[in-house]
Write a protein that binds this ligand. Structure first.
Ligand code: 3HC
Length: 293
């Protein structure tokens, strides 16, 4: 079915949504990228163009395919423009209520054969599907940040997701050049269930004064060959996203070991959300990192 897919809709023009739209466009699909905020759409276009140029300049994409990708990309603030899409991938804020409302709206406008996919990092696909009249066609399609570069797409089957929907989504991810893994629908799925407790533990390590942020990150980079340390990675992902995933894990799995570290909570309360705000664990507004309180 993915080979027959011609048009992908993406809702949400942030880091994840723009990256997913870029992947679809670079792989020969027509794309509608929707965001209610015009500034977000402008930032998304700039990010996609710069990322496509990086692929072209490294010889990983021909100039023609890069130009074709930019032509295939259409931006809109009107959800109804996504009605021609064969699959719509949602990449909006990690709030179950907001996502459920969107799924209800998408169910009303999408063509009857369309798959509705969520890029949620941890929210239940089964519950999102319950907001629609097509639970067999609802699925989790979880890209890793940054989507154009990271090799994995985690596919999450809700309680009612059909085999046809699963196979079509897996095949689309493979068309994007990704490796897929399949997870059942339990809080955090595979990757975040393992990754977020590690990031949370890094915050505890900082909070309890075991080591500086630089040494925690250097320790994990050089000691375990991770490309980034856990605190740098938290800044890349967004501290608010990390916090919301820890809360989903704590609530969904009912174990106090998933309680978010107070320092992570405090940073989010202070608006230190990571790279996207210029300040997280590290300060991206200056060359040198700030001293952690
Ligand atoms: N588009 C195109 N190319 C890109 C790119 C983009 N958006 N971002 C990075 N690249 C390329 C660069 O061109 C470069 O390629 P090269 O090695 O062939 O020259 C390479 O990636 C490295 O880029 P940088 O030199 O800029 O190195 P950085 O360290 O700044 O970033 C990274 C590279 C890919 C982010 C790497 O550090 C990494 O893999 N970090 C870990 C990321 C990770 O773990 N992501 C998953 C998080 S979990 C998640 O997303 C789940 C969610 O639910 C929370």
């Amino acid at each position: 079915m993915a080979a027959e897919m011609k048009c992908v809709g993406v809702v949400g023009g942030g880091q994840m949504g723009s990256g997913i739209a870029q992947l679809a466009a670079m792989n020969g699909l027509d794309v509608w990228l929707m965001d209610a905020d015009q500034d977000a759409l402008s930032r998304a276009t700039a990010a996609i163009s710069s990322s496509v140029n990086r692929f072209v300049s490294k010889g990983l994409l021909s100039k023609e395919v890069g130009e074709d990708a930019m032509r295939r990309l259409r931006l809109t603030s009107n959800l109804e423009d996504l009605r021609s899409a064969d699959i719509i991938v949602e990449a909006i804020v990690e709030s179950e209520d907001v996502k459920k409302k969107l799924f209800k709206d998408l169910d009303a406008i999408a063509k009857s054969s369309a798959i509705l996919a969520s890029n949620t990092s941890s929210i239940s696909i089964t519950r999102l599907a319950s907001a629609t009249q097509r639970p067999t066609q609802v699925i989790g399609m979880h890209f890793m940040n940054p989507p154009p570069v990271m090799k994995l797409v985690e596919i999450i089957r809700g309680a009612d997701t059909s085999e046809e929907t699963f196979l079509a989504t897996k095949s689309l991810a493979e068309r994007f050049g990704k490796t897929t893994v399949c997870s059942q629908d339990y809080a955090g799925f595979i990757v975040n269930r393992i990754l977020m407790p590690m990031i949370n533990e890094a915050f505890h390590t900082l909070y309890t004064g075991v080591a500086t942020k630089e040494d925690i990150d250097s320790g994990m980079r050089h000691g375990t060959n991770h490309p980034m340390g856990p605190l740098e990675l938290a800044d890349l992902i967004g501290l608010d996203v990390c916090l919301s995933i820890m809360r989903v894990l704590q609530e969904g799995l009912g174990d106090s070991k998933y309680a978010p570290c107070p320092l992570l909570v405090q940073y989010v309360d202070a608006g230190r959300l990571g790279r996207k705000r210029g300040l997280g664990v590290y300060d991206y507004r200056k060359k040198q990192p700030v001293t952690t309180p």
